[in-house]
Write a protein that binds this ligand. Structure first.
Ligand code: HEC
Length: 161
């Protein structure tokens, strides 16, 4: 793929994954369901910042902070999926998502998908520090497609678009 093609592909994917970012949780359920929607949306926001840096629309310092945050949030994922907390998120104007029961029936598989995302976030964090935008684009795409979407296709259900 040419770098320009990659950026466009990544941009589209970032928009898709970022759609729910920022949607208000004010009237949503409190507790762990809201916490995990918050965490997930925050991750989408962080990816957006890194993406903007690649496009020249955000500073390197901001991208570094966002990438470091992604390493932390992906590490925290298991803490917002305690047993018995399955359910549908409050949803935003761009979609409503729910947990699949496989998260708990295949907890080891879920943890494997989570660790995979941590590794890819950590790799992105390292490459953002170098400022090499071609490599950042590749690490970004890898995290998004294989880390985030890798888990979503198995363990996340879309209730409403
Ligand atoms: C180990 C599994 C896993 C990983 C890794 C993961 N997610 Fe999720 N994500 C889920 C599940 C399950 C849901 C559905 C529950 C929910 O929406 O509250 C979800 C929901 C979401 C939502 C919708 C939140 C809402 O309810 O409005 C967004 C946005 C999201 N994830 C972004 C990301 C991004 C960006 C990454 C990668 C940096 C990521 N996720 C990594 C499991 C994962």
């Amino acid at each position: 793929m040419k770098p320009s093609t990659l950026i466009v592909a990544v941009g589209l994917a970032a928009t898709a994954v970022g759609l729910s970012a920022g949607a208000g949780l004010a009237q949503g359920p409190s507790g762990v369901i809201a916490q995990r929607a918050d965490l997930m949306r925050r991750q989408a926001g962080d990816l957006g910042v890194v993406h903007n840096y690649v496009l020249g629309k955000a500073t390197k310092a901001k991208a570094e902070a966002a990438a470091a945050d992604l390493t932390n949030t992906t590490r925290k994922i298991p803490t917002v999926f305690p047993e018995g907390s399955g359910g549908t998120s409050p949803g935003g104007k761009f979609g409503t998502f729910a947990t699949k029961p496989e998260i708990w029936s295949d907890w080891q598989g879920f943890l494997a998908a989570q660790k995979n995302a941590v590794q890819k976030a950590f790799a992105l964090e390292a490459v953002v520090k170098t400022g090499n935008k071609k490599k950042i684009g590749a690490a970004f795409a890898d995290l998004l497609k294989n880390g985030c979407t890798g888990c979503h296709t198995k363990f996340r259900e879309q209730i409403k678009k």
